[in-house]
Structures are given as C-alpha cells and as structure tokens.
Design a protein around this ligand. Structure first.
Ligand code: GEK
Length: 243
C-alpha cells in the first residue's frame, strides 16, 4: 500500500520532541524519501552489499528497521535462503505496520524474524551483515560506543556493518553550507519553510549527528579492520566497516 503524504509539521504547533508513533509510521515512506537525499539508492545498494557478504548459516540484522525497506531489499537480493534475517525496531507502530504490509517470502527466501525490541538489549551473534540505516543517530551519545562494540563482538570475521547517518562537519563553514543546501533540497521536495523549521526543532534533542571522523574512530577502536564512506550527499552519508 502506498504511503500517505507527510504533512505532520505543516501547521503551526507547540514545540515537542519527535517520536516514532502511529502518525509517523503512517507517512514514514513518504517522509524518509523526501527527507533523506539518496535514500532509495542507499536501500538498493544495501541489497548489493548484503548479497556479497551474507554467508550460509549466519544472522543478518536490520537494527531500527522502521517499515523494513532494507530488510526487504536484503531478502530479494541475497541469492540463497540459508540465513536468519532479523528486523528490529522499538516503535510498536512501525513493527505493526511492517508486519501488516510484508509480503510472504517467495520460494527460497527466508522468513523475516520481526521483533519489537530496543536494539540496545539485543543479542548479536554469528552476524555476517548488520545494518544501522539512519538508526545510530537516535541512540543516546553515551551508549553508541557500547553498541558498536557489541555489534563487532557479535559479527563473524569478514562480516560487514553498513552504517548510514546524518553527519555534521567539524568545519563550521562547510557544516553551514551542507545544512543550508539540505534545507533547499527539502523545499525542492515539497516541504514548506514552516515544515522544515518545525521538524528541525522536533528532532533537535532526538537526532544527534556526529562527524565522519567520530564514526570511523569508534569503529576502528571497536576492532573493525577497515571503515570508509561509500555514499555521501550533503550531510548524509553511508559507511561500510569490515570485521
Ligand atoms: C530504513 N532503517 O528505512 N531500538 C530499536 N529501534 C530504534 C531505537 C532503539 N533503541 N531507537 C530508534 N529506533 C530504516 C530507517 S528510521 C530513520 C530508520 C529516520 C528506530 C525508530 O523507531 C525508527 O523506526 C528508526 O530507528 C529510525 O532503512 O527516521 O530518520
């Protein structure tokens, strides 16, 4: 079913923090496609990456799966069905919607193990592919190191972590340039100045971006052998880290 149009912030409202509730789940597909430059490209490429890295008998995790876009692309792209695909989100509205809209697996594809849980409490084990597609940015800063360490510990050697994030730039001038350009992008995608500014305020305490350097250092400290950016558009980037 096609997502409804996101007009959640189009009338003046009292400031409050953004939450992933039913109202957001109902418009999520439209919201993320019009708010994250390159989102659909990133989703397709996650499929191509998973295809190469998903090993027989392993677990594949989509952490903060929302409506399961990454999960679905993995399921269709990985050429064998010998793996366990786990999609996790702590928003019950997202999980219910995902369960309702998910097509049953075609022959040879695995069932999807959908869980409504806090990813911080999840056991990660025998993972060949772990996806954090615009999720880490919502995890409190002081818990991020512990999470990346846990993911690393739960991965098979040679496994891949795909980490997509909104990023900030240490250079103030560049940061301003990218944020401004991003807001122009949102206007081009049909959002008004009021919608852009109200959404920005709602996300201020909830979505905390970090620099690429911070993400890279944290992954290397956890033990990952290599990490680099494979996609970037303004202040949005996706990285791969190899164990
Ligand atoms: C996609 N990956 O379409 N535990 C589990 N889920 C969480 C937690 C947590 N602690 N914190 C936030 N979430 C998706 C898009 S959206 C990105 C991810 C965005 C979930 C939250 O409920 C939401 O569904 C998701 O992380 C972030 O490929 O909205 O910008």
């Amino acid at each position: 079913m096609k997502s409804k149009k996101d007009s959640l912030f189009d009338t003046e409202m009292l400031p409050s923090d953004f939450v992933f509730d039913e109202k957001v789940a109902n418009v999520f597909e439209d919201m993320i496609n019009r708010s994250v430059p390159g989102y659909s490209t990133i989703i397709s490429m996650i499929g191509l990456l998973a295809r190469q890295y998903c090993t027989p008998g392993s677990n594949v995790y989509d952490l903060g799966c929302s409506l399961g876009a990454a999960t679905e692309t993995i399921r269709t792209q990985v050429p064998h069905g010998d793996y366990h695909l786990i999609a996790v989100d702590n928003s019950s509205a997202m999980v219910e919607k995902l369960k309702a809209r998910l097509a049953p697996p075609v022959e040879g594809e695995p069932e999807i193990d959908i869980r409504c849980a806090d990813l911080l409490d999840m056991n990660i084990e025998q993972a060949s592919v772990v996806v954090l597609n615009f999720t880490l940015q919502f995890i409190p800063l002081h818990k991020r190191k512990m999470l990346i360490n846990k993911i690393y510990q739960g991965m098979r050697p040679g496994g891949i972590l795909i980490l997509s994030e909104k990023i900030r730039f240490p250079d103030e001038q560049l940061d301003t340039l990218f944020v401004k350009t991003y807001h122009t992008f949102k206007e081009k995608m049909g959002y008004s100045k009021l919608e852009i500014s109200q959404k920005r305020s709602a996300l201020e305490n909830v979505l905390i971006p970090e620099s690429l350097e911070t993400h890279k250092e944290r992954a290397l400290e956890a033990g990952f052998k290599a990490i680099d950016v494979w996609f970037q558009c303004f202040n949005f980037a996706s990285l791969v880290a190899i164990k």
